[in-house]
Write a protein that binds this ligand. Structure first.
Ligand code: ADP
Ligand code: ZN
Ligand code: ZN
Length: 736
């Protein structure tokens, strides 16, 4: 009798499905972890084989036959499948979608699991000799020809995509003219193996050596380490020396970073250190590149995996160590769809594989510090900066009663002037992009708001537009007030564009760079600015939190944080933790080499106790105080939370649905669980939809998950479930 295949279908469905294998299928082909294509509804779907069984869940005669077996060998091992099942269970998320997350898009679509060649351009004889003048009307084609003449062996799409313009149209035109050929070539080995020359490791200082020795003594078994090292203390050097040791054992390392923007820098450092092949995996790559990176790690061809959060699921051939840098960063939590925490998954994975997990940060999250206090994590410290660099000096600047010029106080301006006279660099931090966050009428007080969100429109001066940062709506800036028709509209508040203009008039000779999501749009933009800063081509660097993450600015000796207060008073209990992390991270960018740095924080609350603890005693003292507040308020990590969000185009349905859930939960709960709500989300209307939420909170995790396990499968049967879209967020990192 044909065997029953239990599969997960890549769809938002919580249960698995049974299919039959075709009569003539060799049984050796049927292994859990392979992909199949199956008939589903009126169409076909990709499915993942979980188990083989003799007993179907439904009557055998109703079972359909699998269309096709897509993989000869399983892509996921039983350990990989076990991890994904755990994640599906823990996050109460449909198993098919969880498994899909582990795959690059091409594999989700059922494409073959083989390393893919990339589109490559190469000049023909004609292309080598044609006069460039003939292309005077097509500057991009001319540029492409010039570029290809410098690369006679041809250039692949991964390199070409670094251009900040679309090369494909020009390439097609040139191919039509017979100037170049376009073909699929295997990716050149040097795109993933190092160029050859390697730089010798540093000799470690005592703290670094202790960290490397402690972690390497735990190779081959599970332990979580929290490496707390001030910025510039040489954490990356510790990672690299541990990686060296893992590679010597013939094992692989997974290195997870919070941001795509950080990967080129780390990748560069790794490539000058390791001749071993490195696979990179993040959303900035092409689908083909991601497939290739995934397969190389899976097949053991690459020894080092460098990726962002979704890389945490990539199957490894011989795992030895997981490193997660900047562990405090909220980007490790996926904020839509399958809302997993890559940090927490990394730890579960380490335990399951029996390998150590190393979390690193200059400003560990309060959760991780609390785990270290409870001896769940081993705490390692790098208190000093590596080499000769010294700590920056932090200074609170009371700006009450100061006359501010576009947010800049006279003492800050004076300090900037002195720094620039010494030919040193200044970094200014303001976490708000655009010109001003509000357009207000000076006559009647009317404020320009988004039609679809409970939010003000932000003024953008570059193209003279108003934009909503939540739904993407944009419009021209009106001339007169919509409330009273007066010609009295004024910008209110500060954004980076506005400060940039002010700086241009205060320091007309200074070379200025603004770094935010409006100025950094293309792949390579950030790297270009960073290189310019490092080569001394910039005097004042102004930016948002893009600047706070992991980059080195050795010539910066003055850091100004323009608006500390915005993080102190917020509805989100985590905002003060984030503010403290940003302050310490931004401060850490200053004076990294011989020159010591100063950090000026402008505030109207110079007595704020947590802020004072941070400035006077440092991040650890801040964390002790902040954790005490959390404990008193019974907030995480002293309780566990799950947020159920629901939204709909009308206001009543989400509230009704959550009330129904609330009732159901109260009937089902065995242990006391706080159920808070339903309440409107902090921004209730967003992109035209009304958003409400219900918060479940409990000091212990188990009863919470038991309750969810009972109620989640019933939610789709509640009367209002079809009128809303809902999602579950386990361990939410923001309560939006
Ligand atoms: P972190 O990752 O903690 O911010 P890095 O690893 O980037 O710190 O190191 C900061 C700087 O110190 C880098 O320029 C690095 O090359 C240098 N460095 C690291 N370890 C040492 C060492 N043992 N001796 C001298 N310089 C070091
Ligand atoms: Zn909007
Ligand atoms: Zn008005």
């Amino acid at each position: 009798m044909p065997q029953v295949l239990k599969v997960a279908v890549a769809a938002p469905i919580r249960h698995t499905f049974d299919y039959l294998a075709a009569q003539d299928t060799p049984s050796g082909l049927l292994n859990p972890g392979i992909r199949l294509s199956v008939p589903f509804g009126r169409g076909t779907r990709i499915a993942y084989l979980l188990e083989i069984s003799d007993v179907p869940d439904v009557d055998r005669s109703r079972l359909k036959c699998v269309h096709e077996i897509l993989d000869e060998r399983p892509l996921l091992s039983s350990a990989d499948l076990e991890l994904l099942r755990w994640a599906s269970h823990y996050y109460h998320h449909p198993i098919g979608e969880v498994i899909s997350t582990a795959f690059p898009v091409l594999l989700r679509q059922g494409k073959p699991a083989v390393i893919k060649g990339e589109t490559t351009l190469r000049l023909t004889e004609q292309g080598k000799w044609i006069e460039l003048d003939l292309l005077w009307r097509a500057p991009r084609q001319a540029a492409l020809l010039t570029l290809l003449r410098a690369h006679p062996k041809g250039l692949g799409s991964s390199r070409l995509s670094e251009l900040d313009w679309d090369w494909r149209a020009g390439a097609r035109r040139l191919a039509e003219k017979g100037c170049l050929e376009i073909f699929d070539a295997p990716p050149p080995p040097d795109s993933w193996a190092s160029g050859g020359h390697t730089v010798a490791p540093f000799s470690l200082n005592a703290d670094q050596r202790a960290a490397v020795e402690t972690v390497s003594a735990a190779f081959g078994r599970f332990t979580t380490f929290l490496l707390e090292g001030v910025t510039g203390s040489g954490k990356t050097e510790v990672y690299m020396q541990l990686i060296r040791k893992i590679l010597e054992r013939g094992e692989q390392v997974m290195v997870l970073l919070p941001e795509i923007a950080l990967t080129p820098q780390i990748e560069g450092r790794f490539r000058t250190r390791f001749p071993e092949p490195i696979a990179v995996f993040h959303s900035g790559l092409s689908e083909a590149e991601r497939l290739n990176g995934w397969l190389r790690i899976r097949q053991g061809e690459a020894s080092i995996l460098l990726g962002t959060r979704s890389a945490v699921f990539i199957p490894l051939q011989k795992p030895g160590l997981i490193i997660l840098d900047e562990e405090h960063d909220a980007s490790f939590k996926q904020q839509e769809g399958f809302r997993f925490s890559a940090r927490d998954i990394a730890i579960v994975r380490g335990r399951q594989l029996g390998i150590p997990v190393l979390l690193g940060s200059a400003t560990p999250s309060l959760e991780s510090l609390s785990n270290a206090q409870k001896d769940r994590y081993r705490h390692l410290h790098l208190p000093e900066r590596a080499g000769t660099a010294s700590h920056p000096r932090l200074q609170l600047l009371d700006i009450r009663n100061q006359k501010l010029s576009e947010g800049l106080s006279p003492p800050l301006l004076a300090a900037m002037k002195q720094t620039l006279e010494r030919k040193e660099q200044v970094l200014l931090f303001l976490n708000r992009r655009g010109f001003a966050p509000t357009l207000i009428c000076h006559a009647c007080g009317w404020v320009a708001q988004c039609q679809r969100c409970d939010a003000n429109l932000v003024i953008h001066s570059a193209d003279h537009r108003l934009r909503c940062h939540h739904c993407g709506h944009q419009q021209n800036i009106p001339d007169s007030c919509s409330g009273c028709q007066a010609l009295a509209l004024r910008p209110l508040g500060l954004g980076t564009e506005r400060v940039e203009q002010a700086l241009e008039s205060h320091f007309p000779d200074a070379r200025l760079a603004r770094v935010d999501r409006d100025s950094i749009k293309h792949k390579g933009d950030l790297e270009r600015v960073l290189t310019e800063i490092q080569s001394g081509g910039i005097d004042i660097l102004l930016g948002t939190q893009l600047l706070a993450k992991g980059h080195h600015f050795p010539e910066v000796t003055l850091v100004g944080i323009l608006d500390v207060d915005s993080g102190l008073f917020s509805t989100d209990f985590r905002s003060i933790e984030r503010m403290a992390q940003i302050i310490v991270q931004v401060a850490g960018r200053a004076g990294r080499e011989e020159k010591s740095g100063a950090v000026i924080l402008q505030t109207r609350h110079p007595q704020h106790p947590l802020l004072c603890a941070l400035i006077r005693e440092g991040y650890d003292a801040f964390a002790v105080n902040a954790l005490a507040e959390r404990r008193a308020a019974r907030l995480p990590p002293f309780s566990h939370q799950v947020l159920l969000r629901a939204h709909a185009a009308d206001e009543a349905a989400p509230r009704r649905f959550l009330t129904e859930v609330c009732l159901l939960a109260r009937q089902s709960a065995m242990a006391p669980i706080d159920i808070l709500g339903p309440v409107p989300a902090p921004m209730t209307r967003r992109a035209g939809r009304y958003r409400f939420q219900l918060l479940f909170q409990c000091p212990r995790r188990e009863p919470l998950h038991a309750l969810l396990g009972t109620i989640v499968p019933q939610l789709h049967r509640l009367p209002d479930s079809r009128r809303v879209r809902w999602s579950l967020d386990v361990d939410p990192v923001d309560l939006y």
